[in-house]
Ligand binder design. Structure first.
Ligand code: ZN
Length: 89
């Protein structure tokens, strides 16, 4: 790309897990060194909607998190578990 005259910047980043207790699986000092951090829920989908929301808000408040991933999956799993399995009529 540089030969084509296009300026670009290579970023370093990661996707971190939002653990069951709302903490992230990487320490803040490591996240501070990255350009982009995505925090996502990959486990403990059996929590209530309120618990899942609290986890997401806690992750979003971390100063080193730039965006949340898999929001639809986290919200859908939580909602479906609370309402029970779909019934076919
Ligand atoms: Zn993911």
């Amino acid at each position: 790309m540089a030969k084509e005259g296009t300026d670009f910047r290579l970023l370093t980043g990661t996707e971190v897990d939002i653990l069951k207790d709302g903490t992230l699986d990487f320490p803040d000092d490591l996240l501070a060194e990255l350009d982009v951090v995505i925090a996502s829920i990959h486990q403990s989908f059996s929590q209530t909607e309120a618990e899942t929301t609290k986890r997401l808000i806690g992750a979003a408040q971390n100063p080193y998190v730039h965006m949340l991933g898999h929001l639809t999956a986290a919200c859908c799993w939580s909602a479906s578990l609370q309402s029970g399995p779909a019934r076919g009529d």
